[in-house]
Ligand binder design. Structure first.
Ligand SMILES: [Zn+2]
Length: 191
């Protein structure tokens, strides 16, 4: 019995050590499939992404960086590493803003859309999610063409790019996330 208790105590200590911060995903407006994005970012990234729910900016017409800054002030807590907002902010506004020092990224689905193809905007939004998580961890872009972190010129370029990290970038992503205190998810069982 004593042995079992020691094992349980060890397990509890291990769990406590694993609990860290996470990315918090917020959606502005009801046209964001936040759960699908969260699942994609967790599966491909391997770090915890918390669903933060809907966020209504006090001033929806404000610049994207102002909205992001306000969202951090309104929603971030001790468990938040950085906030990632998805929303439709109009085609006349930037595709996104990512400010690692201010712990947020904000992505504009209207600019990620192409000819009203929802499948494309969903994949692109997932790719951009991985890219901003990496930027928020201060990781560099990747020179390898088969990596989601390669540089690109225009939105359509995302469609012929990879939807995930190359192996060295993923390793670096997990290591950097762990160093910065983010909660890592258990690796999926190999089949
Ligand atoms: Zn890479």
């Amino acid at each position: 019995m004593k042995k079992l208790i020691s094992a349980l105590v060890l397990a509890a200590v291990a769990l406590a050590a694993q609990a860290g911060t996470s990315f918090k995903l917020l959606s502005v407006g009801d046209d964001v499939d936040a759960a699908a994005l969260r699942d994609y970012m967790q599966e491909q990234g391997g770090v915890a992404v918390e669903l933060g729910g809907a966020y209504a900016p006090a001033d929806p017409a404000a610049a994207l960086d102002a909205i992001g800054r306000a969202a951090v002030a309104d929603t971030a807590d001790d468990g938040t590493y950085a906030v990632i907002l998805y929303g439709r902010f109009g085609t006349d506004r930037p595709q996104g803003v990512c400010l690692p020092a201010e712990r947020f990224a904000i992505l504009n689905l209207d600019r990620l859309e192409s000819a009203g193809d929802p499948a494309k905007v969903g994949r692109r939004a997932g790719q951009e999610g991985l890219r901003v998580m990496s930027m928020l961890l201060d990781m560099p872009m990747c020179p390898f063409p088969l990596c989601v972190l390669v540089g690109y010129q225009k939105t359509e370029d995302l469609d012929r790019m990879s939807g995930n990290f190359c192996p060295p970038c993923h390793e670096q992503f997990l290591k950097t996330a762990a160093d910065k205190g983010l909660t890592l998810l258990p690796a999926p069982a190999a089949d």
